[in-house]
Design a protein around this ligand. Structure first.
Ligand code: SF4
Length: 155
């Protein structure tokens, strides 16, 4: 159907939306994908740019997505803070922050740079599997002994 920015740029968001719905993405993401594809063609020769500053200029791309792209597509050290990373990092005491930006900054100071990309995945995985938002499974968590939030809940 569509495989590169030129294909997506030719589409209307309403055409794309049914194809991405099963991923949990809705009309606003469809609009962003089409707009970003057009921006890639017009401003970057159809290629995804490789710097943070260029990435966050693209429609629908914020700090988290830019960092995901840097770490996973370009191998550039970056820590993307999504809802899981934010929650787990702050529960574990790796950060003491109220915002994703501040969490990212504190994690960058605490985690060796060569582990930034992997740490993002470790924290997401832990958040999905054990440290759930509503009911974290502290009693079976291997990090319980080290975790201030876990100690408070069931230590
Ligand atoms: S001990 Fe509980 S709060 Fe701490 S990381 Fe594990 S599941 Fe999350």
């Amino acid at each position: 159907m569509a495989s590169d920015p030129a294909d997506f740029a030719r589409m209307q968001p309403e055409e794309l939306e049914p194809w991405i719905r099963s991923c949990g993405l809705g009309p606003s993401k469809a609009r962003s994908i089409v707009a970003t594809s057009r921006a890639l063609l017009e401003q970057h020769g159809g290629k995804v740019p490789g710097t943070f500053e260029q990435l966050i200029e693209l429609p629908g791309v914020g700090r988290k997505t830019a960092n995901v792209m840097l770490a996973n597509a370009f191998g550039t050290p970056a820590i993307a803070v999504d809802t899981h990373v934010f929650r787990v990092a702050n529960r574990l005491g790796l950060a003491a922050a109220r915002t994703p930006e501040s969490t990212e900054e504190q994690l960058r100071r605490r985690i060796p740079v060569e582990l930034w990309g992997q740490a993002h995945h470790w924290l997401i995985h832990h958040g999905r599997e054990i440290c759930h938002a509503r009911n974290p499974e502290c009693s079976r968590c291997p990090l319980l002994r080290l975790c201030p939030e876990g100690q408070r809940r069931c230590g």
